[in-house]
Design a binder for this molecule. Structure first.
Ligand code: RBF
Length: 278
């Protein structure tokens, strides 16, 4: 039985190889297990959905890799910063928009987006330009929380947030995160608060109580201030589990919390009641 299908592209030199792999990492594709031997190297990327499509027709295909995206304009902005051969977004004759990119020699990639979303749902975009964020980071278990912070910074940078629009505040431990988050939310200076902490059961006798209080407090601050708060507080059984959630192996929860913050700010901008004109 078939287990998976892999499309392989041979890259001619290591500069192009590094540029391609960092481009695809920055677009948020998950890196799978890579290999390296004396004869070569491979870095696979996994997408949520993969398709193998056979086509017949009179027109040649514009590209040999087709990547469907949810926000083509943001992808265009991100790619323009990293790749020189980037076309303009074009309308297709199949109810979509398409962006043709040549990130390597002889390599044509088409990013495309359906004009009509399949479901009429409103969704936030992942474009953080002009948004202001505060991150509340606990110093307890700092070898984990500093990695969460790096992941969150990376997410905000990739989505176009300026460094000066990010404020980082450190608190002693996770227990202090909710009250500090509320203080920051109440200033009105931030579009969202990103909370980052790490509770490890093995070391914390009153783990359950702290975890419950922290989660409840962050949720309450979000609801009562109306400022989106996202949750990047790890609650783990062991240090090993915490390391997995703060690195590459199982993703970085700080990165995810920051991405969620960008999405929630955008969603709020699209759905909140407009300010009264009087
Ligand atoms: N804070 C954390 O962020 N993670 C922990 O795993 C953690 N474990 C703690 C264990 C004990 C026994 C104590 C007393 C505190 C712990 N804290 C932890 C710190 C807590 O969140 C808070 O900063 C301090 O209790 C000061 O209010």
């Amino acid at each position: 039985m078939i287990k998976s299908i892999t499309t392989i592209r041979h890259v001619s030199n290591s500069r192009e190889f590094d540029a391609l792999t960092s481009l695809f990492s920055s677009l948020g594709l998950a890196r799978a297990t890579e290999w390296k031997t004396s004869r070569g190297q491979g870095i696979p990327f996994e997408a949520g959905v993969g398709k193998l499509e056979f086509v017949i027709g009179k027109e040649p295909l514009a590209a040999d890799i087709w990547i469907e995206v949810t926000d083509l304009d943001t992808i265009h902005d991100l790619i323009k910063k990293q790749v020189t051969r980037v076309g303009e977004i074009q309308e297709t004759n199949w109810n979509s928009r398409m962006l043709l990119v040549e990130p390597g020699k002889g390599m044509k990639i088409a990013f495309w987006q359906h004009q009509q979303p399949r479901h009429d749902a409103i969704e936030g975009d992942l474009n953080a330009q002009g948004m202001r964020f505060a991150m509340v980071v606990s110093r307890w278990n700092s070898f984990i929380t500093e990695r969460l912070l790096q992941g969150a910074m990376d997410a905000l940078r990739r989505t176009g947030c300026r460094r000066e629009d990010i404020t980082v505040v450190r608190v002693p431990g996770s227990f202090e995160i909710p009250s500090q988050s509320r203080t920051l939310a109440e200033t009105g200076k931030f579009d969202a608060i990103i909370t980052l902490g790490c509770l490890i059961r093995g070391e914390t006798t009153h783990y359950e109580h702290i975890a419950t209080e922290v989660t409840r407090g962050i949720g309450q601050s979000a609801q009562e201030t109306g400022v989106p708060h996202t949750y990047g507080v790890l609650t783990c059984e062991t240090l090993e589990q915490a390391l997995d959630r703060a690195g590459l192996k199982a993703g970085n929860k700080g990165f995810e919390a920051a991405m969620s913050a960008v999405e929630m700010v955008s969603l709020k901008q699209k759905t909140a009641r407009p300010a009264s004109k009087s």
